[in-house]
Design a protein around this ligand. Sequence first.
Ligand code: THG
Length: 288
Amino acid sequence: MINLNKNNFNRRWEDYRKFTVIIIMIIIGELINSTRDVIKEKIEEKDAEYIKKIAREQVECGANYVDVNSGAFVWDEVDYLIWLVETVQEVVDVPLTLDSPNPEALKKAAEIHKGIPMINSITAEKERYDEIMPILKEYKSDVIALCISDDGMPDSVDDRLKIAEKLIDSFEKEDIDLDRVYLDPLVKPISVNGEFGYQVLDTIQKISEWNTGIHMTCGLSNISYGLPKRSLLNQAFLIMAMERGLDSAIIDPTDKDMIKLIKAAEVLLNKDPYGKNYLKAVRAGELD
Ligand code: THG
């Protein structure tokens, strides 16, 4: 089905499975995003204490990465992104996901990032791909690969699979280990089209079945855009997606119900053998 060096991937997949059984869901904290009015305001005021507080809170709640985005500032995006990376890295040790389509912003932010950053994101759009690929190589960064191509946003499972296959193929050619890559099927609001949930779930399942060892992530809260009680829809969708093979998500980690549900799902999907993490969280009172 997929034009790749199967032997190579199967071997990696074995390693990967051993690995994922013991690792937990990889949580990317979404809150430091300039599309949120409060964050935009605090960035503009260079309110470092506020940004640090939000960074710390997300990590304390379980974020494995902190996403930083200054894309709402058309002219100052680069400077603000650098400021965000410096500010956040003063208080947390986890790596950051540098959230921008702009190669210049990504390169400059990667340059000052301590340790290995995650680039969010590359796509299959030729120009963006060609400009961002050298950055991945230079900084040996991890990367989120969004299912978008020069034909635009994907409209179906098939569109997504075609883009994913192209991306996986290219990464293989460029010698980018797929364990560094988080494929994002692109979540669209269920309020626009009732099939948008299934499209993402079926895509996640199919790509998991390819057994390439690539990770799967998504901007989960896009699903509930335009509807009330968003957290409830986000939670239900997360569980469904985890069962299909999602092993990472861009979420609000301070949503305690969401984090509890992830811990429960990890036991049920045998990602937490003997419920070790679950029991630890119970003893710490984290699931009350
Ligand atoms: N894929 C990848 N990266 C992404 C996305 C994705 N980065 C951005 C976004 N989508 C995920 N991050 C957020 C961050 C904040 C919010 C939603 C997604 C959020 N939104 C409020 C809302 O939509 O109502 C904003 C309200 C406000 O203005 O405060 O909180 O899909 N790879």
